[in-house]
Design a protein around this ligand. Sequence first.
Ligand code: AMP
Length: 307
Amino acid sequence: MSLITVGTMAFDAIETPFGKVDRIVGGSATYVAYAASNFVKPVQQISIVGYDFPKEEMDELRKRGVHLDGVEIVKDKKSFFWSGRYHEDMNSRDTLITDLNVLLDFDPKIPDSYQGAEFLMLGNLAPKIQMNVIQELKQRPKLIVMDTMNFWMETAMPELQIVLKYVDLLLVNDAEARQLTGQFSLVKAAKSIMQMGPKYLIIKKGEHGALLFHGADVFFAPALPLEDVFDPTGAGDTFAGGFIGHLARTGDISFENMKRGIIVGSAMASFCVEKFGPTRLKEITASDISGRIQQFKDLVSFEIELV
Ligand code: AMP
């Protein structure tokens, strides 16, 4: 089943306790596409880049079955640029620079060849643009998943609240869930977010795993305990790509299958953090992925006799 992904394609400058890169390809849609293309083809990308975005990166994505007809190239502007510095614990970071550049005039057009897609991943992007994409689709996808971040809560909360009414599942981290609702308890925050629109909610907790909520149901998946986390940038988007990639591959949007999707997303995210940027995602094979999913199964499987 086909999947449309919308988000940024960017350059990032990243500083972690393990090192520093001044300019590496990133962006929410880039990570989603690298992760999802392991499970579903085509991945139909919608984004915008400047004259400086590398052609080799586009070719690399195309090779993986990512369609780029919906990626606009602006000849006289620079690509979106983000820079961040991670704290010692690697679970939190400071954004140092967000240069919107081409994003300022992004007005996404959906190519005809993308119409009719069953799955839509609204990657982290201005909520107004996420909304435009939903409105441009002639047929509502079977599942709309949306990611967002604190930056948009601080600069575009009213627009964010509108898009929330149109999506099926929201993906946020614990800090964002608290910021969005003003509730410290994640269970209370989840209830309040599900009243804002989405029927499903995933709250990511970095190295502490992820929670899936739907009505009164809750599911928890751990993160794989890794000896070294090198760079967490893009882990959230990679998680999203693995999650929706699995759902699109199977065509099954039941809560039970979303549980499996969370494991696939967690497995993909565990690769992402092993090297800077999307480097590791470009190296892994199908057998690396199934090996890691097996590690997750082993991590959480136990038997117990109830008295
Ligand atoms: P994550 O670590 O999953 O939050 O994703 C990091 C990626 O998101 C980086 O590659 C950035 O280029 C991109 N990014 C950072 N800030 C924004 C923003 N405000 N809107 C869209 N994408 C962003």
